[in-house]
Design a protein around this ligand. Structure first.
Ligand SMILES: [Zn+2]
Ligand SMILES: [Zn+2]
Length: 124
């Protein structure tokens, strides 16, 4: 692993904010002043292909990155755009399953997009 990739991975793992490549670029530049945005993009793609980070893609939004590769979902604030982690409520008996959808496809998986208003925007 190159030094650049190491720094990108380390900075991303420190964050829970699911930054965009541009946001990460500003942080990584503090450690590697000569790095380019293109290098950040390329390294993020490679880290993601290697399974070391995950991409967070919400319809319409800019692609974001997550250093937490454990299985979890995301919720997006429709006011400020903030993205946070969500875990299923262990107490809940409600179920979303592949059987909930009508299609001629043989379904193999699904991705859930949750949206709402974050605590800070609820206060405002
Ligand atoms: Zn918000
Ligand atoms: Zn996450």
């Amino acid at each position: 692993m190159t030094r650049q990739r190491e720094v990108i991975l380390r900075e991303l793992r420190k964050l829970t904010s699911h930054p965009t490549a541009d946001e990460l670029y500003l942080l990584v530049r503090e450690h590697l002043p000569r790095i380019s945005l293109g290098t950040i993009y390329r390294n993020l793609e490679e880290l993601s292909a290697a399974g070391l980070i995950q991409k967070v893609e919400f319809g319409g939004g800019q692609r974001r990155f997550d250093g937490d590769i454990t299985d979890h979902w995301h919720v997006k604030c429709t006011d400020c755009g903030r993205i946070a982690d969500v875990s299923p409520d262990p107490e809940s008996t409600a179920q979303v399953s592949l059987g909930s959808f009508r299609t001629e496809f043989e379904l193999t998986g699904y991705r859930l997009e949750l949206m709402g208003t974050c605590p800070a925007c609820q206060q405002a």
